[in-house]
Design a binder for this molecule. Structure first.
Ligand code: SF4
Length: 657
């Protein structure tokens, strides 16, 4: 007869239980709290906690109000940073870890170096190293120890303090201590592996020796769970899983094959320190069902189909059939007696869509159970979370291909914004990458559709960092390349005046700026661009010339049909007498406006019958005089005027009489 044996030490350890209780109490007090990193390595629990306002963040900068230090602990510098930011710090560091901090701090004050046996990238080890007062190194194997000895001859020369990560393999630590002693004669060792770990590991070793297979339950990133799996693997077949659903999905066939190959097997069940009791219970239930299922010898696929449904529990992924949709929710059937509800905000990451736009009656959709209310017989589900997982796969692909992903800015958070991709993935965009100017407001892009590049993905933690700025830059590069390839003299644009200088204005032609010189703004004479345009005005311009290498475009806003010279030549001819206004005085004569945009020169010799030595003595700017057009130079667009010619024409006073 096949037998199931569950380890007595399986599940939450003292430190994890304490951290979760601390977080729950704090969330109850404040409504919303942040944990520096995930409280425990278990996605089901993390999602459940998130529902209750306990949000994991990667840095103190992302938190607001209160931050909780999880059981892994952190280094001294992190405490300092939290204080600097003025955040309330609730310390849930496991007392076993805090004891190591104290050992490292106090014993390294005399200049002793510190060696930590453990995974140097694990948060607990990083935190421990953060309490050393001098040199500190982490090694997790003999090989790493040898490398350290070779690479740093001075390390540990004076004296060496040696501690181990609380979850380090007990046997490995005993072996490593012997090797350390050989190289470092002044090494001092502290027993720092926690009881919860030693007990679990010892029981896992015992259990796996008496069993044919072991189901080890733990998160993919839980080092203590992985170690339990390694220990069991030395003695029997191991099925490592995060929960019952994953066990069926990923190991279902292998389990059935295993059970059908052996008779009267013993299967052990153990779990890492971050596995909640209800998940252990679910795994136990599903294993019991598999064992007693008479279809074990039947076709694998058929057997899997006949497996009992897992009871609805938070984090469980299920197939749901939509039975009704209204404005606030979708009602679904998940094959159990309780009714399933997907609230509108859990249907899609896009807050602008109504439930009716997302699902329709009869649709079969994948959902995750978010809450079970046994008293009311109601199960709450989320489609959005499943979409987010699928979205994550697309995000990873987008990063590999450097593709731009589209999404909507759905929240402004500390240090940046959250963009929800079209496929439902939540992406953090730091303020510096948001494309909002330094003195601008992040709120201005809230609810806006944006494109972004994926710059960092941590699948395990479900963390994605994006850059709207990078996508904008790339889009702008593409636009610019297209602009230059299509540019030609005479091409017309309507662009916005972006900036103004005394010599002209810069006009946005759609990602590239062109310059309209003061003299090209209007046919009329102006002293400053502000006389005819303002920043922000739309201006119709034509390309006069351009230089793609220097990225320069010269524009004109003058239209040929408005050319005053054409008007002038149509209306006036040599010998016509015109009323003109003096617009400037020069040593050789005065310029006078005939019509707006056409000035004529009254040469100094043509002002009077008398000899004029100083033009300003006889004419002044603004003065209106009569003059005769004496010459029109079509080629140079020049007009010569003469006052004297009119005087010459006047009859002598004697003649008049
Ligand atoms: Fe504390 Fe040990 Fe649990 Fe780690 S495994 S949190 S050290 S009780």
């Amino acid at each position: 007869m096949t037998e199931l044996i569950t380890a007595e030490t399986a599940g939450f350890c003292f430190g994890v239980t304490r951290a979760i209780e601390t977080a729950e109490k704090t969330a109850k007090r404040l409504g919303r709290v942040y944990t520096l990193g995930q409280l425990i390595h278990n996605n089901d629990v993390i999602e459940n906690l998130r529902e209750r306002g306990i949000i994991p963040v990667d840095s103190p900068e992302e938190a607001e109000g209160c931050i909780i230090i999880r059981s892994h602990g952190v280094g001294r510098a992190v405490y300092d940073r939290i204080a600097e930011l003025g955040l309330e710090c609730v310390d849930a560091t496991c007392p076993y870890v805090a004891r190591i901090h104290k050992i490292v701090d106090e014993n390294s004050r005399d200049g002793s170096d510190v060696l930590v046996a453990g995974d140097g990238s694990h948060p607990e080890v990083i935190g421990i190293m953060g309490f050393a007062n001098g040199k500190v190194r982490a090694v997790s194997s003999d090989i790493e120890l040898e490398e350290l000895v070779k690479s740093d001859k001075n390390f540990g020369a004076k004296s060496l303090i040696c501690v181990a990560q609380t979850t380090f393999d007990v046997c490995k630590w005993t072996d490593l201590q012997k090797k350390i002693k050989k190289h470092y004669t002044k090494a001092k060792f502290f027993d720092t592996i926690c009881r919860a770990t030693t007990d679990r590991q010892a029981e896992a070793a015992r259990l796996s020796k008496q069993c044919d297979a072991a189901v080890v339950i733990g998160g993919a990133h839980s080092s203590n769970s992985r170690k339990l799996a390694d220990i069991c693997a030395e003695n029997c077949t191991v099925f490592f899983t995060e929960n019952a659903q994953q066990l069926i999905r990923e190991h279902g066939e292998a389990l059935i094959r295993f059970l059908s190959s052996y008779k009267d097997v013993k299967i052990g069940i153990t779990a890492g320190a971050s596995t909640p009791a209800y998940i252990i219970k679910e795994v136990h239930t599903i294993m019991s069902e598999i064992i007693k299922d008479e279809a074990v010898d039947a076709e694998f696929a058929a057997a899997i189909d006949q497996m009992p449904r897992v009871r609805a529990y938070a984090g469980n992924r299920v197939k749901a059939t939509v039975v009704a949709v209204n404005k606030t929710e979708a009602v679904v059937d998940i094959g159990i007696k309780q009714s399933g509800y997907i609230p509108a905000e859990e249907l899609s990451a896009n807050p602008n869509l109504s439930p009716e736009e997302i699902v329709k009656v009869g649709d079969v959709i994948d959902c995750i159970v978010t809450k079970v209310n046994d008293a009311d017989g109601v199960v709450y589900l989320s489609k959005k979370q499943v979409d987010a997982q699928a979205g994550m796969e697309k995000i990873v692909k987008a990063k590999e291909e450097n593709a731009t992903v589209n999404g909507t800015v759905t929240a402004v958070v500390k240090g940046g914004v959250i963009v929800t991709s079209e496929d439902g993935a939540r992406v953090f965009v730091p303020a510096s990458q948001s494309g909002v100017p330094r003195n601008g407001k992040l709120e201005d892009i809230l609810k806006k559709e944006v494109g972004f590049k994926v710059i960092e993905v941590n699948e395990g933690r479900g963390r994605v960092v994006g850059s709207i700025k990078a996508a904008e830059r790339e889009a702008s590069d593409e636009v610019k390349a297209k602009f230059w390839s299509e540019l030609e003299v005479g091409k017309k644009f309507v662009g916005e005046v972006k900036s103004m200088e005394s010599y002209g204005v810069f006009v946005d032609l759609g990602g590239v700026d062109g310059m309209v010189h003061l003299t090209e703004l209007t046919w009329n004479r102006v002293k400053h661009p502000k006389e005819v345009v303002s920043v922000g005005d739309k201006l119709e311009v034509t390309v006069k010339s351009f230089d793609p290498e220097k990225k320069r475009v010269s524009l004109t806003a003058k239209k040929p049909e408005d050319n005053p010279w054409t008007k002038f030549t149509n209306e006036f001819a040599v010998d016509d007498v015109v009323k003109v206004q003096v617009v400037s005085i020069t040593p050789f004569g005065a310029f006078a406006q005939i019509i707006p945009g056409v000035d004529g020169l009254i040469h100094i010799s043509q002002i009077s019958r008398e000899r004029v030595n100083d033009v300003s003595k006889v004419l002044s700017v603004g003065q209106v005089v009569e003059a005769k057009i004496t010459e029109i130079d079509e080629e140079k667009s020049r007009v010569s005027l003469s006052i004297k010619a009119l005087l010459d024409d006047e009859p002598d006073e004697d003649d008049a009489e």
